[in-house]
Design a protein around this ligand. Structure first.
Ligand code: ATP
Ligand code: MG
Length: 364
């Protein structure tokens, strides 16, 4: 948690497909809440990191993208990808993954919260039962690029890929997770491990968890092996408060968690550089969704909720909590004229986006 800055400079990158359709409502909701709380938000829009930009320039980003974006406190990102025009690996590696790496966004943060009015795929769960955070290590671990193929073309052909965990890398994600848990009422941290099967890196992870836990005596810590942990996500999601995992385990959990709480259209995500050396990036979990792009029916909640996470990240807790309340109030009302099709309604991006904006304005 950090002290609020006087003015937040936000780089807006709508990207492709429904990213460009949901972004305006994210900004409008943020502007409404900023006005209510007298927060100064400064938005600057960029057309790069989109496939349209790629088609014109042969690259996803301009040469000086880093100098341009580094001046901002945060990046508010829509979605990227036009798979019919630009291969997904080109558009993704050429934009989002560059930001993540170059801006050392070593935390991936996702809420796992059951919202009212959302059909939960888990049996007998109601809002309030599921409310936790997933913290994923975002830079090293299992996704190292170290390894290769040996004895190629022979019957001994073998591939090896190393997992790399550095003390710095492990400790910084754990400290973030502990500190998040410490600021929550339940003060409970769950660590994802597999030290019964992975005999070198995972015991090291456990050891670091124990070591760091000594600096956070108020936080209750437990650990589960990843296999049973995924089962618990489905069967007892109420036991979790903050869950921390390595790059691979965190990756799996951060898709499973939001899937347990309903539609992909509402989930947000933060790629965070907690030290604020570089901007952090906030985005909806969903992609550019070419199948529904251009129809005006995309659910804007993921984008709006990502904006809410951004406010929370910068320490505007009252504004963030009001924004979340506004989203919940609109979803709870269950007005089918307002809700988008993915939520069982007949509404549009506009009807749902504007309903949340109005709800924010009504609170004030
Ligand atoms: P990615 O390439 O990032 O995995 P994608 O662009 O291929 O993503 P998603 O955006 O993840 O696909 O969408 C998967 C499915 O969910 C699609 O059928 C899409 O229409 C639907 N979907 C995604 N986002 C939304 C949304 N905001 N509102 C409604 N439906 C959505
Ligand atoms: Mg895609």
């Amino acid at each position: 948690t950090m002290a609020p800055t006087t003015s937040l400079k936000i780089a807006v990158i709508p990207g492709d497909g429904i990213g460009t359709e949901v972004m305006p409502y994210g900004i409008r909701c943020l502007q409404a809440v900023a006005q209510a709380f007298n927060i100064s938000l400064n938005f600057t829009a960029f057309n790069f990191a989109s496939c349209e930009y790629y088609q014109k320039h042969g690259d996803m980003l301009p040469m000086d993208w880093k100098e341009t974006l580094v001046k901002f406190d945060a990046i508010y990102f829509g979605a990227v990808g036009m798979p019919d025009v630009v291969p997904d690996n080109v558009s993704l590696w050429g934009s989002l993954l560059k930001f993540r790496r170059e801006f050392d966004q070593y935390i991936n943060l996702r809420p796992c919260r059951l919202m009212p009015g959302v059909r939960c795929p888990l049996i007998d769960r109601k809002p309030g039962d599921i409310d936790f955070w997933i913290v994923r290590e975002n830079t090293e671990g299992e996704y190292s690029n170290i390894g290769g193929k040996i004895f190629e073309g022979t019957d001994r052909e073998t591939v090896i890929q190393e997992t790399v965990m550095t003390k710095t890398g492990v400790d910084r994600v754990l400290r973030y997770a502990f500190s998040l848990a410490q600021h929550r009422p339940r003060k409970h941290l769950t660590s994802a491990t597999k030290s019964n099967g992975i005999s070198i890196t995972m015991p090291y992870w456990d050891e670091r968890v124990h070591d760091i836990s000594l600096s956070y005596p108020e936080v209750r810590v437990d650990k589960y092996h990843i296999d049973i942990l995924t089962a618990h996500f489905v069967q007892k999601p109420d036991i979790f408060d903050v869950v921390v995992g390595s790059n691979l385990f965190g990756d799996i959990l951060s898709d499973l968690g939001p899937a347990c709480t309903g539609t992909i259209g509402i989930a947000p995500s933060g790629n965070i550089n907690p030290d604020r050396t570089f901007p952090s990036l906030f985005e909806p979990v969903h992609g550019s969704a070419p199948d529904i792009a251009g129809k005006g029916i995309a659910n804007p909640v993921g984008m709006i909720w990502a904006g809410q996470m951004m406010l929370q990240h910068f320490g505007y807790f009252d504004a963030a909590s009001l924004m979340l309340q506004a989203i919940e109030a609109v979803l709870a009302r269950g007005d089918t004229e307002v809700l988008t099709i993915d939520m069982g309604g007949k509404g549009t991006t506009q009807s749902l986006g504007e309903a949340i904006e109005k709800e924010i304005q009504a609170f004030t």
